[in-house]
Design a protein around this ligand. Structure first.
Ligand code: FES
Length: 149
């Protein structure tokens, strides 16, 4: 049995159930969504920080998601709010791939620092993604993003 079957890791689905530039909303508390963008998997809170709207229905591109209601934009790696009318970041959650399965661990508490930066848009080196080749043995470093084949 995999170590990821224990709490607090939650199985999100098979890797092939997460298409590129789309999201899958999970029935968790709070609701979170797993996004695939640029070959990486990310997990963030599903609810836009502007108003209550599901980001799983948003436009996903280049590691960001745009809320379809008023077009706020968020970095999937850091949760940073990149465009008004949202100013508060999304909480990010760890993602791991174990063989063909995706697991997430929901962060608890207020982990929504306004100092977050989104790599590629503001110049930060933040983030924890690794290519799938570094995933020998089905384990990987912890991080908000996870590379997949
Ligand atoms: S609800 Fe997302 S931008 Fe307004």
């Amino acid at each position: 049995m995999s170590e990821y079957n224990r709490e607090p890791w939650i199985r999100a689905g098979r890797v092939d159930e997460f298409p590129e530039d789309q999201a899958v909303r999970l029935d968790t508390t709070p609701p979170v969504s797993v996004f695939r963008s640029g070959g990486e998997l990310f997990c963030v809170d599903d609810t836009c920080t502007h108003e209550d709207f599901s980001l799983a229905d948003g436009w996903v591109e280049d590691g960001t998601v745009e809320c379809p209601l008023h077009l706020a934009k968020f970095c999937l790696r850091t949760g940073a709010a990149l465009a008004a009318p949202a100013y508060r970041p999304l909480a990010t959650h760890e993602v791991r791939v174990d063989r063909a399965d995706v697991y997430v661990r929901i962060a608890r508490g207020d982990d929504t620092s306004s100092e977050r930066r989104c790599p590629g848009t503001i110049g930060s080196e933040a983030g924890g993604s690794r290519p799938v080749g570094a995933d020998a043995g089905g384990r990987d470093a912890e991080g908000a993003g996870h590379g997949v084949a």
